[in-house]
Design a protein around this ligand. Structure first.
Ligand code: SAH
Length: 288
């Protein structure tokens, strides 16, 4: 059996060892590029479920000398790195202040200059509300070679695991991603509320804290207060929780369910389609 073969239908492994032996290799031999010493790879880890990692991300992790990872990266994904790899945590923990961005980019540059294969692992996609752009610019400025490996962003993967289609032909011909939180911790003043109110589906990242203001602004700009909406917390993990309510009631429903960040909020008629999508991918996922 080559590493591409899967067991024939009906062949059931009798022991866990048999099951492991009959499993195809994690990364098939399809000429994926090597991570070279002195390079930094900015890699998206997806929203949580390790199964949502790309082959390129898994392949890069297995070659890394150093992995600099963020708070929302699942522990099981880090286990793909070699046992000898240095794991450097660069996220927030236990309410302590997070490392400043220049310190993180500085460490990436130092590791690369020391000839390490550096893997910068970020939750979701590195270029979606993840400061990947800032890091890429700093690396360019420092003359460090790098590449970017996209990941499944929470606004796509989280919706799918909650059974909410990002687009449905009869419902929406566009979708908008927005952040509810700016660098200074407030609702971004550059958000165009009338444009967002007119967008058929809006997915907000980092919106739980400021949801009352966000809902108020959308409704004041013309959005129907009864628009179907949902919040998806810890999407794609076994702890995933989904709460659905009309826009005007979503904040209260989140409070009642005790939902905690990280969460995304989706506003639009696609949310109504969730019950017909049978979201049963995540063990223990809870759709209210
Ligand atoms: N680069 C990431 C986003 C980083 S910003 C991406 O592409 O997904 C961090 C925010 O992303 C969180 O506050 C939350 O709004 C969202 N997020 C990330 N992972 C999530 C998850 N597993 N479930 C729900 N929201 C998530």
């Amino acid at each position: 059996m080559s590493s591409f073969d899967t067991p024939a239908a009906g062949s059931i492994a009798s022991t866990p060892q048999d099951a492991a032996a009959s499993r195809p290799a994690l990364v098939p031999p399809c000429d994926l590029p090597a991570v070279l010493p002195g390079w930094v790879w900015l890699v998206g880890a997806g929203p949580g479920d390790p199964g949502l990692l790309t082959l390129l991300a898994a392949h890069a992790l297995m070659q890394a000398d150093v992995v600099v990872y963020d708070a929302l990266v699942d522990e099981r994904i880090l286990q793909l790195a070699p046992a000898t790899a240095e794991l450097v945590y660069a996220g927030k923990r236990g309410g302590k202040p997070s490392p400043k961005q220049p310190a993180i980019t500085g460490s990436l540059i130092d590791f690369a200059k020391a000839g390490k294969r550096v893997l910068r692992l970020k939750g979701g996609d590195p270029f979606v509300f993840g400061r990947g752009a800032e890091e890429a610019m700093a690396l360019t400025e420092a003359g460090i070679p790098f590449r970017v490996v996209p990941g499944i962003t929470a606004g796509i993967g989280g919706l799918a695991y909650a059974g909410i289609p990002a687009t449905a032909r009869e419902v929406n011909t566009s979708i908008t991603f927005a952040t509810g939180h700016s660098a200074d911790g407030t609702v971004p003043c550059t958000l165009n509320w009338s444009a967002l109110a007119a967008s058929p589906v809006v997915v907000f990242y980092m919106a739980i804290k400021h949801l009352p203001i966000i809902s108020k602004n959308l409704i004041a700009a013309g959005r129907d207060p009864m628009t179907p909406a949902a919040a998806i917390a810890e999407a794609t993990t076994p702890r995933q929780k989904v709460v659905r309510a009309p826009l005007q009631d979503l904040h209260q429903a989140i409070q009642d369910a005790g939902l905690q960040p990280p969460a995304i909020v989706v506003i639009g008629d696609v949310v109504e389609l969730a019950p017909s999508m049978s979201p049963s991918m995540v063990p223990g996922a809870d759709l209210e």
